[in-house]
Design a protein around this ligand. Structure first.
Ligand SMILES: Cc1ncc(COP(=O)(O)O)c(C=O)c1O
Length: 211
C-alpha cells in the first residue's frame, strides 16, 4: 500500500490505475512524443476524443471562441456546431487557405483557438501551417492541427509553429491506435515569446494529465 501511495502521488514511477497510465498506452505515447518531438502525448480512445480534448484544453484559459477551417472532417464540424457551440463556445469558419480571409476572421472573432487540418478530409485542402501559426501567435490563440492525414511520421505541425504557446496535433495514426500529440514545450523548440517558461508547458500538461 505504501508503494501504491507513492505511485499515486507520482513520487515513484509505476502504474496505479489504467486511465492515468498503463504500459501499453505509455509505449505508444512515448513513440508519438519522439516522432512529434513534443512535450508529451496522450493516447485517446478515438480521434474525435483527441480533437475534443485538444480544443477543450486550448480554450481552458483562453477566449471561448474558435476559428475553424471551413473544410474539415464532418464529425469535427458536428463537434463544433452540436457540442461546443451549445456549450457557449463561439464558432466561426474561415477559408484557411486564404490567409487574408483568415486574418479578417481572427481579427473579428478574437479566437482562443484556431483549428485546422494539415490535409483536410475529405477535400484534401492543404493550408500553410507556418503562416497560420504566426497568425495564431499574434492573436494569442492556441493552434490545434488535426494531423490525421499527415501523420507525425511525415508532418510535424509543431516544427512549423516554433513560437506558438500551444500547438496540439491530434492524429488518428496509426489506424489501429488513435492518439493525439501535444507539443508546447520549450525543450522541444516550441516555446513562445508570450509563454516561454517551462511552467506554461507544465501547466498545460498537468491539466491534460489530470483527467
Ligand atoms: C481528419 C480526421 N479527424 C478526426 C477523425 C476521427 O477519428 P476517429 O474516427 O478515430 O474518431 C477522422 C477519421 O477519419 C479524420 O479523418
Amino acid at each position: 500500500m505504501e508503494q501504491l501511495d507513492r505511485v499515486v502521488a507520482r513520487t515513484e514511477p509505476g502504474y496505479s490505475y489504467a486511465r492515468y497510465d498503463n504500459p501499453t498506452n505509455a509505449a505508444l505515447e512515448e513513440l508519438m512524443t519522439v516522432l512529434e518531438r513534443g512535450h508529451g502525448a496522450l493516447a485517446c480512445a478515438s480521434g474525435m476524443a483527441a480533437v475534443e480534448m485538444a480544443v477543450a484544453t486550448a480554450l481552458a484559459d483562453r477566449r471561448k471562441s474558435v476559428v475553424a477551417a471551413d473544410a474539415l472532417y464532418g464529425a469535427t464540424i458536428s463537434l463544433l456546431m452540436k457540442v461546443l457551440e451549445p456549450a457557449g463556445v463561439a464558432v466561426r469558419f474561415a477559408d484557411v487557405c486564404d490567409l487574408d480571409a483568415l486574418r479578417a476572421a481572427v481579427a473579428e472573432a478574437k479566437p482562443g483557438c484556431i483549428l485546422v487540418e494539415t490535409i483536410s478530409n475529405p477535400l484534401l485542402r492543404v493550408p500553410e501551417i507556418d503562416k497560420i501559426a504566426e497568425i495564431a501567435r499574434q492573436a494569442g490563440a492556441a493552434l490545434v492541427v488535426d494531423n490525421t492525414f499527415g501523420t507525425p511520421l511525415l508532418v510535424r505541425p509543431s516544427s512549423w509553429a516554433p513560437t506558438s504557446p500551444f500547438t496540439a496535433s491530434p492524429s488518428t495514426w496509426p489506424a489501429t491506435a488513435t492518439c493525439w500529440v501535444a507539443s508546447w514545450s520549450p525543450t522541444s523548440g516550441t516555446s513562445s515569446p508570450c509563454a516561454p517558461s517551462p511552467a506554461s508547458s507544465v501547466r498545460c500538461w498537468g491539466r491534460l494529465k489530470a483527467t
